[in-house]
Design a binder for this molecule. Structure first.
Ligand code: UD1
Length: 417
């Protein structure tokens, strides 16, 4: 199993280009099934999850060519309606195939995505929305079998602004008969990117980025070429790495608007953040300040995907900080590892109380999930001595060569296979 070896204490410096967003490219790859045409996706991150989605697309009959610059998907000959259990187990985002396959073919059989490393992640809101559009769903032997004669536009109110449910319902609605309105929709930037991709192929959608999205079903779609938006979580992770090592760096190819809540908290800990065009420069203080409270919330609130990285950062801030995780259960697994590195953190349910310590010390730690793993790397950059982060397979699901990105900024980190 691969691991990262980090010798902490190096200052970072220089510039880094941020790649395309994982959470944008996954639903967009699935959406390529809808039009039965050739679609070109550029600026994509080279991740394990992207490769899994490519495998899934091939397994149902799509032709996919992947080069360093682009992924070209031809979905003319979709000839299978079943997504293999192994692939769903490998990646939960395979459920994004439901909306597009139901729109295009009227059926899909997919194994039920189980719980995952950040707690139970039900898909009841996805299923409720699809049922309201006329889909018949039966659950047996761990599989979901979904069929529909013709999807019908519907008024759908989400009980919670789930990112995945919003996307799945949008995808189903593109080819449905009539108009679908999603209320209490999630507002994440990745949903706007999905809307842009779909309207590029001729779909009629408006409202992504607000809590009401309207989709007027169409009959015909064309092929599309689309560039993926930059990854705001990778950008935030790199900014946190700069802040914890008290290093000035510049990140390029970012949309600062997508990072407003993260930048606000970086300013609260004492960083100067300068935005210019599509770049952000961060100038951290010599001593980080604690923050009163961070609550993870749906966008534009503070992202749950940045919670772990901020726990690392605040663990060496002066004073006591409180972080409340409201989006997912069981998303504090990094904390027991950080405690091994000398952090003073108490967890009570969904609340973590972090008492800043002057320094962390290197230790052997294990990545238990994607963002929690990244948080351990960040801690290792600032810790005294050597940190070994094991099980980095989790980290590689969402970061395209995190070690190389950090090496390019001057960190002493290497990967051992
Ligand atoms: C997406 C992101 C993930 C991010 C999360 C929250 C992708 C591929 N992943 O995940 O990185 O952490 O948004 O910003 O885009 N829920 C239900 N029923 C449902 C759906 C969700 O109860 O049918 C609950 C979940 O258990 C969770 C909360 O709603 O507690 C948020 O989930 P959701 O917004 O759906 O996240 P994902 O789309 O899974």
């Amino acid at each position: 199993m691969s691991k990262y070896i980090i010798n902490g204490g190096n200052k970072l410096g220089g510039k880094l280009n941020i790649n395309g967003a994982k959470n944008a490219v996954l639903p967009i790859l699935a959406a390529s099934v809808i039009n039965g045409k050739e679609n070109v996706i550029i600026g994509y991150p080279n991740l394990r999850d992207v490769n899994t989605m490519v495998k899934i697309l091939r397994s149902i009959g799509c032709k996919v060519q992947k080069t360093p610059e682009s992924i070209v998907i031809n979905s003319e000959n979709v000839n299978s309606f079943e997504v293999s259990e192994n692939l769903v187990r490998e990646m939960r985002s395979s459920i994004f195939l439901m909306g597009p396959m139901l729109g295009r073919c009227g059926k899909i059989k997919i194994s039920y995505p189980g719980g995952c490393e950040i707690g139970p992640r039900p898909i009841d809101l996805h299923l409720k929305g699809l049922r309201e559009m006329g889909v018949k769903i039966s659950e047996a032997h761990g599989f979901l079998e979904c069929t529909v004669e013709k999807l019908k536009g519907s008024e759908i109110h989400l009980d919670y602004p789930s990112v995945g449910a919003t996307e799945n319902i949008m995808l189903a609605a593109v080819l449905a008969e009539g108009t679908t309105v999603i209320r209490n929709a999630a507002k994440e930037p990745e949903i706007v990117d999905l809307q842009d991709f779909l309207t590029g192929m001729g779909a009629k959608i408006q409202g992504a980025g607000t809590s009401v999205i309207q989709i007027d079903g169409v009959k015909n779609l064309t092929g599309v070429e689309h560039k993926i938006i930059p990854d705001r979580i990778v950008a935030g992770t790199i900014l946190a790495s700069a802040a914890i090592t008290k290093s000035e760096i510049i990140i390029e190819n970012v949309i600062a608007d997508h990072l407003v809540s993260v930048l606000a908290k970086l300013k609260e800990v004492g960083c100067i953040v300068l935005e210019k065009n599509s770049a952000i420069k961060i100038i951290p203080p010599s001593v980080l300040k604690s923050v009163d409270i961070i609550r993870t919330l749906p966008y534009p609130g503070f992202p749950t995907d940045m919670q772990a990285q901020f726990v690392s950062l605040l663990s060496i801030a002066k004073g006591t900080s409180i972080i409340t995780e409201t989006v997912f259960e069981n998303r504090f697994k990094h904390i027991e590892e950080l405690i091994r590195m000398g952090a003073r953190i108490k967890v009570d349910g969904r609340v973590a109380v972090i008492k800043g310590v002057p320094k962390l010390t290197g230790a052997k730690v294990t990545a238990k999930d994607l963002r929690g793993g990244a948080a351990l790397v960040i801690a290792g950059l600032a810790a005294e001595g050597r940190t070994i982060v094991e099980n980095i397979v989790h980290i590689e699901r969402g970061y395209d060569n995190l070690d190389i990105m950090l090496q390019n900024l001057g960190a002493d980190i290497r990967k051992i296979d």
